[in-house]
Design a protein around this ligand. Structure first.
Ligand code: PMP
Length: 467
């Protein structure tokens, strides 16, 4: 395990750390990325691995040439690393399917389970849309509710599993992208298995922060949230689950033999990966897995816990700031905090953090609308009003909050910079420049356009309120 260079520093620098960005006062500031839960910057070793690999880049599984063989080897080595990262042993009956991201992985699984319209999947109101919508369009869903603090216990999960016909699957997040809360996943998996129900864990948030649950039947995650933003994600599950039936994608590479009216699909994983694979993404993912292994989970969890405690305590102490989600004392929560500022729209807080302080955060509903509605305690009338506004293309008053999320390169000083910027905004100090709100996106931008990225055109919305 590598020692940390300074007690308050991040664990690793990331590509682009400290880049200067313009602020409305005419000064440039080092960009502080506190949006790691959306996408992380690349680890330098990941970029180096990609650069080192590029001279051998060639077709994977499709060429007899030396470089094709090298590329195929690199791709299969990444697959093996992904399997190991998910806690599975080679030859242990599980397969890693390399795909684009968590969303694709879950859609892939939803298709491959060959669900009937009256099948049931149990899922929870805490989920990201990626773990709600794929099930909703194929079968019935039974939901685990959460309490006002945004959590549920293993008993509630067991009750939902038992509440009707035996579900085909329990689909649950390993950690919330809104509150950072981690459900007691090992107990949940055990309870589901006692009832003969397989489990998918959405590990999009977990992957960069905690070991993946080795006992879950299926696990999905994304490289771009673990410092490998080159377009690869993974679905891990039992090989047998992919042995029969049509693959999710049909095409070259997934077959043994094709005639005009007949096809013999090949075995997984190739059966599940039609089309030329993203070997660059796989190489990047492999390098990130190796680097997380070198840093070690103990150091990562320790770093996360210190950041989480400082972030939460700092924000909670600001008058007018309301932090959403449970206070678990840090260890059971990822290093992210979602909050609202009384009297200031979430979109304006995020715009001001960017334009006045050079800090990048996320705002809106974080692609978890049902969860946000619960955390904000919205009543049926308010919800109906928002639906009506959205149907009329008006996003000005969308519900939402602001999320600050940290990663490997975040330091305690970074957290303090965010906290003092939020305190400044919450203090009621008038904005130093006028902001304009785009009704179509709900986003605010400085009216003078002084901080817009180069390249012209109108600023595109940042809010997840639309998605
Ligand atoms: N699940 C969770 C918990 C997430 O945070 C995200 C990304 N915000 C996703 C699923 C979807 O991940 P991706 O966009 O990489 O498909």
């Amino acid at each position: 395990m590598t020692a940390r260079p300074h007690p308050e520093a991040g664990l690793r620098a990331l590509v682009g750390d400290g880049s200067m960005v313009p602020c409305v006062d005419g000064h440039d500031r080092p960009y502080l990325n506190l949006d790691a839960a959306a996408s992380t910057s690349a680890l330098p070793v990941v970029v180096r691995a990609v650069e080192d690999f590029l001279p051998c880049y060639a077709s994977v599984h499709r060429g007899a040439g030396h470089k094709s063989q090298q590329s195929t080897r690199a791709y299969e080595a990444a697959r093996a690393a992904a399997l190991g990262f998910a806690g599975r042993s080679p030859g242990g009956g599980d397969v890693a399917i390399i795909c684009r991201n968590t969303t694709e992985a879950i859609n892939h699984l939803a298709y491959r389970l060959r669900l009937a319209a009256d099948d049931v999947v149990v899922t929870t109101v805490v989920e990201h849309h990626a773990n709600l919508l794929p099930w909703g369009r194929l079968c019935r869903r039974r939901f685990v509710e959460c309490g006002s603090d945004g959590t549920f216990g293993v008993e509630e999960v067991a009750a939902a599993v038992d509440a009707g016909p035996r579900p085909r699957l329990l689909a649950v997040t390993g950690a919330s992208n809104v509150t950072g809360w981690q459900p007691p996943i090992d107990d949940i998996v055990r309870a589901a298995h006692e009832r003969d129900v397989p489990v998918l864990v959405d590990a999009a948030q977990l992957a960069a922060h905690r070991p993946l649950p080795a006992d879950a039947d299926f696990v999905a995650w994304s490289g771009h949230k673990m410092y490998a933003p080159f377009g690869a994600g993974v679905l891990v599950g039992p090989t047998a689950a992919f042995a029969d039936g049509d693959p999710f994608l049909a095409g070259g590479g997934a077959v043994d033999l094709v005639d005009l009216d007949e096809v013999a699909w090949t075995d997984p994983p190739d059966r599940e990966e039609a089309g030329s694979p993203n070997v660059i993404g796989a190489v990047a993912l492999h390098a990130a897995i190796d680097e997380l292994g070198r840093i070690g989970w103990d150091a990562i969890i320790d770093h996360d816990t210190r950041l989480q405690r400082r972030l939460r305590a700092g924000l909670v102490a600001i008058p007018g700031v309301n932090v959403l989600g449970p206070d678990t004392g840090g260890g059971a929560t990822l290093p992210l905090v979602t909050f609202a500022v009384t009297g200031v729209p979430h979109a304006l807080v995020a715009a001001r953090l960017s334009a006045e302080h050079g800090i990048g955060v996320r705002h809106g509903c974080f692609c978890a609308h049902p969860y946000l509605v619960r955390l904000l305690g919205l009543g049926p009338d308010e919800i109906a009003r928002h639906w009506d506004a959205v149907r009329h293309g008006d996003h000005r008053d969308m519900p939402g909050a602001i999320r600050a999320s940290a990663g490997l390169s975040t330091s305690i000083d970074d957290i303090d910079r965010l906290v003092s910027a939020v305190a400044d905004i919450a203090s009621g100090r008038p904005t130093p420049v006028a902001y304009h709100q785009d009704p179509r996106t709900g986003d605010f931008h400085p009216e003078d356009g002084s901080t817009a990225p180069a390249g012209g055109g109108r600023a595109v919305g940042a809010s997840c309120a639309r998605g």
